[in-house]
Design a protein around this ligand. Structure first.
Ligand code: HEC
Length: 506
C-alpha cells in the first residue's frame, strides 16, 4: 500500500485512488454531517436558540458551522471548536474550549453533546450549538464518521504536494490565449517551487483541454475534479461552461481563482479583475462628473440575448447610484436617443450601432468596456473621436518598477510578447492571490480555509494593478476601472478618470 501510494504521488495519476475509503455507516454519517440528512426513514431535527425552535437538520447541518473540515469557522459570537476526534477524546486530562474545561469525550458523552448540549463535565454548551433529535442509528453513523473526519481531507492535498487544475483550450480561437496563460502559470509555480513550495508542499498543475463546446468542457471539468482530484482551480479559460462552472464548483465546494465566464457572483470564484457591471459603472460616473450627462441622459443598450441579464444588472446599479433611466433596450438596428449610451455586446454590433447613429445625424457619447469592444476600434468613423470612453481594469500607469520587472521576467523566460499583456497580468494576479492565501492557510489546508483566507485578503499590492481587496460577499479584487478616452484615427488613448473603488460595491 505504501509503495502504491508513493507511485501514485510520483506519477500524479491516482488522485481518486487516494480518496478516503469510508464504510457504508461512515458514509451515512458523512451525509448527516455535511447535509443534515438522516438515513432511510429517519429524521433529523435541530432545536435552535434558547427557545428550542425546531428546524429540519438539513437547514443547519454540522458542516455549516463546524466546516466540512471540522475546524470550525469564526463567524462572530462563539467559535465552534475543532471536532478532531483526537482532540475531543484522546489522552488523559482536561481540555478547554470557549472557557469550558472537561475530560475527554466518549461515544456516550458525544451523543449527549449533540442531543442535549452538555459537554462531558456537564457544562452547558453555548446555545449557538443546536440540540439535535435523531435516531440511535443516525447517532451511531454520525459518531463513526466524526472519528474519521480528520482524515477526510479535501482532494489534492498530499504530504508533499498540493495539486491545482486548470482548463485551457489547445485549439480553436482561444488556443493562443491558452498557451499564454499556461506559460505564465507554469513559470509562476516553478518560481514558488524553487523557493521550497508553500508550507512544505510543491505546487503541481494539471492542465486539461476543455475542447470546443459545453459538453466536452463539462467532461474535462469532471475529470479534473474526480480523476485528477485537484484541490482548486486556477485561471481557467472555459467560457463555454458559462454558468455551469459556478454551479459545479459550488456543489463541490471547490475554490477558483481567476476570471469567471459571467462576471462571477459565485461564492467560490475569486476574480482579481472587476466585473463588467462595475467597469460600466465607473464610465457612467465619469459621464456624470466629467462630461455633465444629466441623470436621465444615459441609455443602457445591449446586443445579443446573452447580454440581457448583464444589461439589467448595470441598469439596476445605475438606478441605485441615482440615475433615472428608461428601460434597457435590445439593439436591433434602431436609432437610440439620449446624451450617452452604455453599450454591452460584441465588437461588430458596436460598429453597427455607431453607423446607425451617424446615419441619423446623432453623436451621443458612447461608453463600453474595453474587454468587450476594443476589437471594434479600427472600424469606427473618425467622428467618434473623443466621444468614446472605455473602461480599462488595468492601465500601464498601474505598473510599479517591481511589477514591470516581474512581467518582463515572465515574458522573457517564456518567450511571450506584450500582445497579451492584460491576460498575463490577470494570470500573475491569480497566482499572487493563491500564494498569499495558501501561506495564510498554513499546513492544515482545506478548501474552506482557502476560501476564508481569500476572503480575508485586503489591499494586496500586485505591482501591476490597483490594490486588490476581497471580503465576505466580495469576490472581485477591484470594484471599478480606469476610464480612458479614445481619439481617432489611431486609436490613441488618454486616461480621463483614474481607478477608484465604487462607493456602493459590497
Ligand atoms: C449553528 C451552528 C452549529 C451547528 C449547526 C452545529 N454546531 Fe456544534 N457547536 C457550535 C458552537 C458555536 C459550539 C461551541 C459551544 C460552546 O463551546 O459552548 C459547538 C460545540 C460542539 C461540540 C462540543 C465540542 C467541545 O469541545 O466541547 C460538539 C461535539 C459539536 N458541536 C458537534 C456538532 C455536531 C456533530 C453537529 C451536527 C449534528 C453540530 N455540532 C452542529 C455550533 C454548531
Amino acid at each position: 500500500m505504501r509503495r502504491l501510494l508513493a507511485l501514485c504521488i510520483g506519477l500524479s495519476l491516482c488522485g481518486a485512488a487516494l480518496a478516503l475509503d469510508l464504510s457504508p455507516q461512515e458514509q451515512a454519517g458523512q451525509r448527516l454531517y455535511r447535509e443534515g440528512l438522516a438515513s432511510a426513514d429517519g429524521q433529523v431535527l435541530a432545536r435552535v436558540g434558547v427557545n428550542d425552535m425546531s428546524v429540519p437538520g438539513s437547514v443547519l447541518p454540522c458542516a455549516s458551522c463546524h466546516g466540512r473540515d471540522g475546524q470550525g469557522r469564526a463567524e462572530g459570537g462563539v467559535r465552534p471548536p475543532s471536532l478532531d476526534w483526537q482532540r475531543l477524546s484522546g489522552g488523559q486530562g482536561q481540555r478547554q474550549a470557549n472557557g469550558r474545561s472537561y475530560p475527554g469525550y466518549t461515544d456516550a458523552s458525544l451523543a449527549r453533546a449533540v442531543q442535549q448540549g452538555l459537554d462531558p463535565a456537564g457544562n452547558r454548551l453555548d446555545p449557538a450549538m443546536p440540540r439535535f433529535d435523531m435516531s440511535l442509528a443516525d447517532q451511531r453513523n454520525l459518531t463513526a464518521y466524526l472519528k474519521r473526519l480528520a482524515e477526510d481531507r479535501d482532494p489534492g492535498i498530499e504530504p508533499q504536494v498540493l495539486r491545482l487544475g486548470t482548463l485551457l483550450p489547445a485549439s480553436g480561437p482561444l488556443a493562443e490565449a491558452g498557451r499564454v496563460v499556461r506559460a505564465v502559470l507554469e513559470d509562476g509555480l516553478a518560481q514558488l517551487n524553487q523557493q521550497g513550495g508553500i508550507h512544505g508542499r510543491h505546487l503541481q498543475l494539471v492542465v486539461l483541454d476543455p475542447g470546443a463546446d459545453a459538453d466536452s468542457a463539462g467532461q474535462a471539468l469532471r475529470r479534473l475534479l474526480d480523476e485528477e482530484g485537484v484541490f482548486a482551480l486556477l485561471a481557467p479559460l472555459a467560457p463555454m461552461l458559462d454558468t455551469r462552472l459556478a454551479a459545479e464548483l459550488e456543489r463541490r465546494g471547490v475554490p477558483l481563482i481567476g476570471s469567471a465566464p459571467r462576471g462571477g457572483g459565485s461564492p467560490q470564484i475569486f476574480d482579481p479583475m472587476p466585473g463588467l457591471v462595475e467597469q460600466l459603472l465607473s464610465v457612467a460616473t465619469h459621464a456624470r462628473e466629467g462630461l455633465g450627462v444629466t441623470a436621465d441622459g444615459l441609455r443602457v443598450v445591449y446586443a445579443g440575448a446573452d447580454q440581457a441579464a448583464l444589461a439589467e444588472a448595470v441598469q439596476q446599479r445605475l438606478q441605485r447610484a441615482g440615475w433615472s433611466l428608461p428601460p434597457v433596450q435590445a439593439f436591433s438596428g434602431q436609432v437610440v436617443d439620449g446624451q450617452g449610451i452604455v453599450f454591452l455586446g460584441r465588437p461588430q454590433a458596436f460598429v453597427d450601432l455607431s453607423q446607425r447613429l451617424s446615419a441619423a445625424g446623432q453623436s451621443p457619447y458612447l461608453f463600453a468596456a474595453s474587454g468587450q469592444v476594443a476589437g471594434a476600434l479600427p472600424q469606427l468613423a473618425q467622428a467618434w473621436s473623443q466621444r468614446l470612453f472605455l473602461a480599462y481594469p488595468v492601465v500601464p500607469g498601474d505598473w510599479t518598477e517591481r511589477g514591470r520587472v516581474e512581467l518582463a521576467g515572465v515574458q522573457q523566460r517564456q518567450g511571450l510578447d506584450a500582445r497579451h499583456a492584460a491576460l498575463q497580468v490577470n494570470t500573475l494576479c491569480a497566482l499572487r492571490l493563491l500564494g498569499e492565501a495558501l501561506k495564510q492557510v498554513g499546513r492544515d489546508a482545506s478548501r474552506e480555509r482557502l476560501v476564508s483566507a481569500l476572503e480575508g485578503l485586503h489591499d494586496v499590492e500586485t505591482g501591476l494593478t490597483p490594490a486588490l481587496s476581497f471580503g465576505p460577499g466580495r469576490r472581485q479584487g477591484m470594484a471599478g476601472a480606469h476610464v480612458v478616452a479614445v481619439a481617432l484615427p489611431g486609436p490613441r488613448f488618454a486616461e480621463v478618470a483614474p481607478y477608484r473603488p465604487l462607493p456602493d460595491s459590497p
